[in-house]
Design a protein around this ligand. Structure first.
Ligand code: C58
Length: 278
């Protein structure tokens, strides 16, 4: 703490960097407003990085609760269809066996719930993908890739594993092992500044995780603070394999433009083909 205080004195800005998306930190010349409006013009609007003020939070939570209850109703309606089927084949996992607790994350094509598996009372992160979004062949490929990556990842210490997966008429479900420590974005906001040795530790674990995926011919392509989760001991695990590319050998390249705006790699911005360096 002392170190933090000292650095706040020597550099008055130290308490602020994370108010801006990371990629903007070095761009101090442009006024923040200008940057912000140009960002919303070109990219999808970003969720606020800092926890909003008290009232805003309350409103958000209220809205969230309504959304969740709607979603949970929708989900249980759609699960009725397949729960009838699964009575025939014993022991199949379906939505009835989970208690949905809350939404913990959302992406452009998926929503992630915290869910309790009723049988064991263990918590899982449940990633739900609407099938209506996955309609052409290319899209089906990435869902299959995601499942393949889960299969490879399940025994690795720094990658989240899969408990089970199933589907209803309208949705796909990935039941993922749950890490209760939050993500690095959350931790960096709380700490304001990550000590160098912590950063080195996280980088090392992330490198091991990426190295493992590369050795299996998989490019991860969506490394960002939100996807680096912490477990109860403070080790990291990467989550969200939705952006992975599989089946690449050492000499092959690929060119799909994808990722998250604030974290796009230079190769991709330049429109070049790329491989594991990404
Ligand atoms: C976390 N950034 S896959 C919330 N978001 C997610 N959490 C987890 N998996 C995923 N244990 C996400 C997202 C995915 C794709 C769409 C975008 C969001 C997850 C997996 C396993 C925990 C979370 C922040 C957070 C971490 C932990 C608890 C609550 C929130």
């Amino acid at each position: 703490q002392q170190e933090l205080q000292q650095s706040s004195i020597t550099n008055g800005k130290i308490n602020q960097p994370l108010k801006q998306p990371l990629s903007q930190i070095n761009d101090n010349k442009k006024p923040l407003n200008e940057l912000r409006s140009s960002l919303t013009k070109h990219n999808k609007p970003q969720a606020p990085l800092f926890t909003p003020k008290q009232n805003e939070t309350e409103i958000e939570i209220k809205e969230m609760k309504e959304i969740i209850s709607n979603e949970i109703n929708q989900l249980s309606n759609s699960s009725n269809i397949t729960s009838n089927n699964s009575n025939n084949n014993n022991r199949q996992i379906c939505l009835d066996q989970f208690e949905l607790i809350k939404v913990i994350g959302r992406g452009s094509y998926a929503k992630v719930f915290l869910a309790e598996y009723k049988k064991t009372k263990k918590c899982y992160a449940m990633k739900v993908i609407k099938k209506s979004i996955v309609n052409d062949d290319e899209d089906i490929d990435w869902v299959q890739t995601e499942k393949h990556v889960f299969e490879q990842a399940t025994n690795h210490p720094f990658l989240v594993g899969l408990h089970s997966c199933f589907q209803t008429e309208s949705r796909l479900f990935f039941v993922i092992e749950y890490l209760c420590g939050g993500d690095l974005m959350y931790h960096m906001q709380r700490k304001r500044r990550l000590p160098e040795d912590h950063a080195r530790f996280y980088s090392a674990e992330i490198s091991i995780a990426l190295g493992y995926l590369h050795s299996k011919g998989i490019i991860y392509r969506d490394l960002k603070l939100d996807n680096v989760l912490l477990d109860i001991e403070g080790h990291i695990k990467l989550t969200d394999y939705g952006m992975c590319k599989e089946g690449l050998n050492r000499y092959e390249k690929t060119g799909t433009f994808c990722g998250t705006p604030n974290y796009i790699a230079p190769e991709m911005l330049r429109g070049e083909d790329y491989n594991f360096s990404i």
